[in-house]
Design a protein around this ligand. Sequence first.
Ligand code: F6P
Length: 357
Amino acid sequence: MPFRDNTTLAQYLLAESRKNPDIGTDLVALILDASRACKLISKLVAQGALANVLGKAEGVNVQGEEQAKLDVMSDDTFRRSTEFGGHVCAVASEEQDDPVPVPQEYPRGDFLLLYDPLDGSSNIDVNVSVGSIFSVLRMPRPGEEPAIEDFLQPGTRQVAAGYAIYGPSTMLVLTVGNGVAGFTLHPLIGDFVLTHSNITVPEQTKEFAVNASNSRFWEPPVKRYVEECMAGTEGPRGKDFNMRWIASMVAEAHRILMRGGVFMYPRDTKKPLRPGRLRLMYEANPIAFIMEQAGGLASTGTERILEVTPTDLHQRIPLIFGSREEVERIEAYHRDGAIPKADTPLFNTRGLFRAAL
Ligand code: F6P
C-alpha cells in the first residue's frame, strides 16, 4: 500500500482553526476524540464474528428497539473516548434514555456531543456497511449542570457534524461549517488522512433511495415523485432512474455525497403516532448540516431540517436529503404540487401522475 503523506485530520482541523477563531482548540480536540472513537468502532466492526461482536444484546433502547451487541459496545466506546478530554459537559446518545453528564472526576467543557454510535445496525450481522454519526453543539449555559433542554437546539446551531462509514475502507466525513472534507483511515499509520477535499453533491441525479415496501403508506407528494422517477424515459422526467436501498443511512448519505442522489424516509401512515423513522438530533441534523455544506439540501418535505425546533431528544422526523434540484422538486410537490421552474419541457402533470396527487 503506497504511503500517503497527505494532510491528517489533526492538521486539517488546526488549519481550519487558524482561519476561523470560532474553531478553538477545544473543538479540535473534541473532534479528534470522536474520531478516535470511530477508529475503535471500526476495529470492532472489522473483526466481526472473530471478536464475538455480532448478534443481539440483552436490552432494548429508549425507542423500544432491540439493541445489537455492537450498538452497546459502540455507545460505550463513544462516551469513554469523549468524556475524559475536558471538552464536553454532557453527551446524548441514541442508545441512552437521557443525556449523560461528564462524571465529576473529569473536567467539564463547554460543548454538548450527540451521537448515533452505530447507524444501520440491522446490517451488522450481514456484513454490510454501517457507520457512526455525531453532532456538536455549544452548551447554552456554560458551567451549569447540563439538562435535556440544553440539547434541544435547532440544527443551525451545530458547530460541527460528521460521520464515519465502516465500509470497504473506513472514512470520516466532516464539516466545521466551512465545506465538507472526507478522510480515509490509513491502516498503516492509524491516522485519518484527507482524501476528499471540498466534497459537493451533484445538483442533478438519476438515483433515489427509499424503502419502497412502505409505498402504500406514503403521502401523495412522495408517491408522485417516486412514480415519476419509475416512469423513466416515457414519463414526465424523461430519463431512467436507478433505485438503491442499503438500510444504512450513513451509507446512503455517503453515496449521495460521492455521486449524487436523493434519500427519502418520508412521513408515512404506517405508525400514525410516529411522524418519521429517523431521529432529528442524532441523524437528521448532522446529515443535514453536511448536505447543506456540500451544496445539497435536507428537508422534511415542508421545512428545512436545520430550522426545526426540537421538542424531544429522541424525536423522529421525516427526512429527505441530497441533490438540490431533487429536494426542491419534492418540496414543491409538498407545497402545492407546483413544478419547479428549472424543469424540462417534458414535464407536465399528465393523468397517470396526477392520479397520485
Ligand atoms: O435509523 C436507522 C436506520 O437503520 C437507517 O440507518 C436506515 O436508513 C433506516 O433505519 C432503515 O429503515 P428500514 O428498516 O425501514 O429499511
